[in-house]
Design a protein. Structure first.
Ligand code: NAD
Ligand code: DAU
Length: 336
């Protein structure tokens, strides 16, 4: 089977490509990625020359290129991850989020329709459901209520994907996962940012009162969920993935500081994110019962392993946090 992974050079994509190659020896993986600031060819550099892997640098909004990839690679299934993924950047510059996440998704859906696929997995997020109060969980029935340009663009693309399933009978499955952590995450997101700053004795910027809650899942568990959705999902269905690991941001930050042996005096409370969702928490009963999926990683041990990865792979993230990243950091955190 030839599987197209879009966004395979990003955080979740690169972990997923490795998982697929290891778990499905008969599959060939085509990774299509634009290599934006968030994409990093280094993440999969060791796969060069592997006959079961091909990298294509390109934009999912480029219809001609996408058609060419479907035609020449004889794509049987799609795992669509390519996206602009950072909420803060969507508040600074929303337009590219609409272009990539909405229009890019539609270009891919159209190509899948034209060439025919056995499965199109549209990889989405729990953020499309908006914010929860102190109790309750997101189920697949929770109404969409996105808060940021990022989550609104993802919700739009979910609806497009489901419309293609409904109208054109395209075998679409939509997945909605909670906050991922693990190796290769770009250090603009909470956990790797806090690790990288702590290791350099820089302030750890905590938004608002630090009491916002996210529900954390290891990236490998998400990847296994995507594989299960591809193989066992039902056309037109939505599946939530989460590991029931709710944590307040401030507790995560303190845990990171403990793991790297740095003082809590590095914590700096800063102005809150505009429109900041208070709490996310996922009910993944449907994925557990219908896909036979369950997370394997416990949060405490997997966070410690993730911190170790960043300590040992300092070169990987130090190369990233130069150039464009420094400009972004100044814009996002300067004077906050
Ligand atoms: P990421 O930002 O690390 O990676 C995104 C990848 O997409 C990068 O490699 C980038 O180069 C590529 N890309 C961006 N625009 C492109 C375009 N126009 N054409 C081709 N490639 C393009 O993101 P991530 O955290 O790995 O997230 C991957 C997907 O999973 C996204 O769709 C995101 O919405 C979803 N998701 C993420 C999380 C999370 O916690 N990170 C949780 C749930 C869902
Ligand atoms: O829930 C899934 C989503 O999780 C994905 O769809 C997104 O792609 C992914 O980026 C993530 O979104 P969040 O906004 O939840 O993640 P982020 O790492 O940006 O922030 C996590 C929490 O930490 C959030 O409450 C904001 C807070 N935060 C974040 C940063 C970067 C801080 O307090 N300080 C920071 O510097």
């Amino acid at each position: 089977m030839n599987v197209l992974v879009t966004g395979g050079s990003g955080f979740i994509g690169s972990n997923l490509v490795r998982l697929l190659l290891a778990e499905r020896p008969e599959w060939r993986i085509v990774n299509l990625d634009k290599l934006t600031y968030a994409g990093n060819a280094e993440n999969l550099a060791d796969l060069e020359g592997n006959p079961r892997y091909r990298f294509v640098r390109g934009d999912i909004c480029n219809g001609e290129l996408i058609a060419d990839v479907f035609r020449t690679e004889k794509i049987h299934a799609v795992l669509h991850l390519a996206a602009e993924s950072h909420v803060d950047r969507s508040i600074l510059s929303p337009s590219i989020f609409i272009e990539t996440n909405v229009r890019g998704t539609q270009v891919l859906l159209e190509a899948a329709r034209e060439f025919g696929v056995r499965r199109f997995v549209h990889v989405s997020t729990d953020e499309v459901y908006g914010s929860l109060g102190p109790t309750g969980l997101f189920t697949e029935q929770t109404p969409l209520d996105p808060s940021s340009p990022y989550s609104a663009s993802k919700a739009s693309s979910d609806l497009l994907a489901l419309a293609y399933a409904h109208t054109f009978k395209l075998p679409v499955v939509v997945t909605r996962c909670s906050n991922n952590y693990g190796p290769y995450q770009f250090p603009e997101k909470l956990i790797p940012l806090m690790i990288a700053n702590a290791l350099r004795d820089l302030p750890l910027p905590v938004y608002g009162d630090g009491m916002n809650v996210r529900d954390w899942i290891h990236v490998e568990d998400h990847g296994r969920g995507l594989l299960a959705a591809l193989e066992k999902g039902e056309d037109g269905q939505v599946y939530n993935f989460g590991a029931s690991s709710e944590r307040h941001n401030i507790d995560i930050v303190k845990q990171v500081l403990r793991l790297v042996g740095k003082p809590e005096s590095l914590i700096k409370y800063v102005t809150d994110r505009p429109g900041h969702d208070r709490r996310y928490a996922i009910d993944s009963t449907k994925a557990r019962t219908q896909l036979g999926w369950a997370p394997r990683h416990g949060f405490e041990d997997a966070l410690a392993a993730t911190v170790r990865w960043y300590v040992e792979r300092r070169q990987w993230w130090e190369r990233i946090i130069s150039g464009e990243y420094l400009k972004y950091y100044e814009k996002q955190y300067g004077g906050r």
